[in-house]
Design a protein around this ligand. Structure first.
Ligand code: DAH
Length: 333
């Protein structure tokens, strides 16, 4: 019987060695070590052996063989388990480096770049930065700037009205000039300030006009400020922003909030004159609206379009291109 046991053990070990998956390993193990398996059968047969010694020897052989098969079955089972887990992981593996191509790095929009450079240049000239609200009162946007109701200059500003307060009392600011008033009301002179921001005009867009665009306003209030200070500041700014081969000039013009008023142009190295913005000496009525005594303080102001400057600087044919969100366009700058 001992030979039979040893043969059964070897057969069992060979079957276990041959399994190729976990389900197989479990089936073969149940087959070998179950109640109907060969080793259970040997145990039943022990009782039929003739002598105690024979029983003892065969019993020991069955126990050893069973232990050996149990150990082999357990080892095989965990081997199969590990192999299946590895196969599963390999199948579920996600190659993230393949799916997500390296994201491209963004950069500031061409108009934001112009805005930031303007701030840098004016800070270099000793100015500070202020900002005001985009939703404004009619009073700040027009009246305090010497444009009372019915003033003809209002018709130059196609205005978006906001349904808030008394009819017509709230607007989307049509220029950054109302920030002058807010600055005068909150800061003690001397004032050397620039005020960039978004402005709104209720007009049809075309290659040179947007309904939503950006301006930068300048305000200087001090004692004894003259038109020469204004002209000098514009010239210094022009050369700092565009380069020393550019110059500027003032051309007489009209704005209700300045007296005298001028448009300022810059001359490019090729000799072309380019209109950039408006400026002038702050009107006494505007100083008074800002809470300042015109006998004590004088000053100048200027304002120009930021989008417009970016357009001219980069030779963009149509301003609308700047807001079309086309990567082929924006990545050029
Ligand atoms: N606010 C004017 C506009 O939007 C521009 C302007 C002109 C601003 C003259 C000024 C100025 O400060 O003095 O057309």
């Amino acid at each position: 019987m001992i030979d039979e046991i040893l043969a059964a053990r070897d057969g069992a070990l060979a079957r276990l060695a041959a399994v190729t998956n976990l389900a197989d390993a479990d089936a073969v193990t149940a087959d070998l070590l179950g109640k109907k398996g060969p080793f259970a059968a040997f145990k039943t047969r022990l009782g039929s052996l003739a002598t105690v010694d024979e029983k003892k020897a065969a019993g020991q052989a069955v126990n050893e063989a069973t232990s050996a098969v149990e150990a082999a079955a357990a080892a095989r089972r965990s081997e199969m388990q590990r192999a299946e887990r590895a196969t599963q992981l390999a199948a579920e593996r996600l190659d993230l480096t393949e799916v997500m191509s390296r994201p491209t790095r963004g950069h500031a929009h061409v108009v934001t770049q112009a805005w930031q450079r303007l701030e840098d240049v004016f800070i270099g000239l000793g100015f500070q930065i202020a900002e005001g609200p985009e939703v404004e009162t009619d009073w700040h946007n027009f009246e305090a700037l010497n444009m009372p109701p019915q003033h003809p200059a209002r018709s130059m500003h196609d205005t978006f009205y906001v349904d808030h307060g008394a009819p017509g009392s709230t607007v989307l600011r049509t220029h950054t000039s109302p920030v002058q008033i807010r600055v005068m009301q909150t800061i003690e002179p001397p004032i050397y300030m620039v005020m960039p921001g978004r402005v709104f005009r209720n007009e049809t867009t075309d290659a040179t006009h947007l309904a939503v665009f950006h301006q930068i306003e300048g305000l200087v209030i001090d004692r004894g400020i003259t038109l020469a200070d204004l002209a000098g500041t514009i010239e210094k700014f022009t050369q700092a922003f565009f380069g020393v081969d550019f110059t500027s000039r003032l051309r007489p013009s009209f704005f209700p909030f300045t007296e005298p008023s001028a448009e300022f142009d810059i001359r490019t190295p090729s000799g072309d004159w380019l209109e950039l913005g408006g400026c002038g000496m702050v009107h006494p009525n505007v100083l008074r609206a800002g809470g300042l005594d015109p006998e004590e303080w004088s000053g100048f102001a200027f304002g120009f379009g930021i989008d417009r400057m970016a357009k001219e600087r980069h030779g963009v044919a149509d301003v609308r291109e700047m807001y079309a969100n086309d990567l082929r366009f924006v990545t050029q700058f």
